[in-house]
Design a protein around this ligand. Structure first.
Ligand code: GAR
Length: 195
């Protein structure tokens, strides 16, 4: 299964996929492209260090730039990619996104990074977590594939809560890619099932 991984920043989720492939935890999976929204993203360094083809895309050229890539690969992974995927690119191949909250809570346009963890703390919720879901034109609202949760601590700050969420998203992202490479999935309402 060939992946295109879309990034915008540090690339720790990208790294977790690279490591899982290297360690043989997921087999038959390779990363064909890393595409970044920013030339400064550290994720590009990670791609380079691992011999993965990488490039930066301009916002206004997303459709022409990404469509041949989407045609070529089997699965597109949004690993911290901060731009909305234009609607004409949806439906070419499955696209998954990782989000640092228990969706459908605390998602939507502009919700990323500490904006999400701050909203979780402000809500008073005692649990949070991370979600991997299929991307549709409903921002952060596509069918949910996997979630993992953690307890919010009394002394959590937006930064500490987000930091503690990261390892969970790395785990479930790798787990979902493994499942998708091994089995066909079925969408039942808002759920994704691996029969
Ligand atoms: C991750 O926390 C991911 O959940 C978030 O961006 C971060 C990227 O980190 N994505 C969103 O908030 C999408 N709405 P990384 O560059 O270290 O993988």
């Amino acid at each position: 299964m060939k992946l295109a991984v879309l990034v915008s920043g540090n690339g720790t989720n990208l790294q977790s996929i690279i490591d899982a492939i290297k360690e043989g935890y997921i087999s038959g999976v390779s990363i064909s492209y890393v595409v970044s929204s920013s030339p400064e993203a550290y994720a590009l360094k990670r791609a380079e260090q691992n011999g993965i083809r990488s490039m930066t895309v301009e916002k206004k050229r997303m459709v022409e730039f990404l469509s041949p890539i989407f045609e070529e690969v089997d699965l597109i992974v949004l690993a911290g990619f901060l731009w909305i995927i234009p609607e004409v690119l949806l439906g070419i191949k499955p696209i998954i996104n990782v989000h640092p909250s228990l969706l459908p809570l605390f998602g939507g346009k502009g919700m990323y990074g500490t904006k999400v963890s701050k909203a979780v703390l402000n809500s008073g919720m005692r649990i949070s977590g991370s979600t991997v879901h299929l991307v549709t034109n409903d921002i952060d609202g596509g069918p949910i594939i996997m979630q993992r949760c953690l307890e919010v601590r009394d002394d959590d700050t937006p930064e500490s809560l987000l930091d503690r969420t990261h390892p969970l998203e790395h785990q479930i992202l790798v787990e979902v890619i493994k499942q998708m490479s091994e089995k066909k999935y079925k969408i039942e309402g808002k759920r994704v099932i691996f029969p």
